[in-house]
Design a protein around this ligand. Sequence first.
Ligand code: ATR
Length: 277
Amino acid sequence: MTDHYAVIGNPIAHSKSPAIHAAFARQTGQRMDYGRILGSLEDFPGDVRAFVADGGRGLNVTVPFKQEAWALLADRSERAEAAGAVNTIIVLDDGRLRGDNTDGVGLVRDLTVNQGFDFEGKRVLLLGAGGAARGVLGALLEADPGSLTIANRTVAKAQELAATAAGEVQSCGFDQLTGRRFDLTVNATSSGLHGEVPPLPEGLLAAGGWVYDMVYGDAPTPFCRWGEAQGAARCLDGLGMLVEQAAESFRLWRGVRPDTQAVIAMLRPGSAPSGSG
Ligand code: ATR
């Protein structure tokens, strides 16, 4: 029997998750399909219930439903709890639903395993204090950097988020970053959606410093372009994180971890189709 999975969001047409999970399933020989659901803004719980009633085994949840999914599910993993958001729903054998969140581990795995970043002793800056920032804060702390600072346009939100953390996290506004240096700057603001970059001071990046934008696009994001102009040693977008969070969801559902490298390469714009040439 083929097991059914899907990603639910609104909008959803451009989601790469079906292509990613189809590639994982081929690679690992799992009998499953993976569709996309345009979630109703009025009745997200109804959509989840209908999917499960039809025999669905698991869902990925994306914008704008991650917080709603958290509220819907009573059974949540520790990391989903800390994130205040659920991006993975697992339908257990007895039909009960469990919520998890693989975004943070996806970010950290992309940085460490795929890109070779070593957190030890590093000064890490997280930009933003909304849902995206909260979703990765716990995993960044667990990676055990030298220091972790949250900077946000609305300082009070940075302070609130830092106070929820299970370890030492500093918080400030963008102007208070003047004169400070960071080895890794992660953009979790939604400024790029408006074609903007947070107003960051010159000289923020330490020599050899990296920037990471949690979103991705077919062209370099505004934040990656800013990083390049500031002389970042590496400018990464969120495509690797997208594939890694998917791999972790896949592992939770199927008990097998797919290889992500080939899938990241397949999705990278401009990458040659395999076997060509
Ligand atoms: P998400 O789920 O994407 O995190 P969100 O919860 O609405 O969305 O949070 C958006 C984040 O991006 C916030 O940190 C927001 O800053 P404020 O808390 O001050 O609103 C930040 N943000 C949005 N547009 C921005 C911009 N143009 N410059 C800087 N920060 C911006």
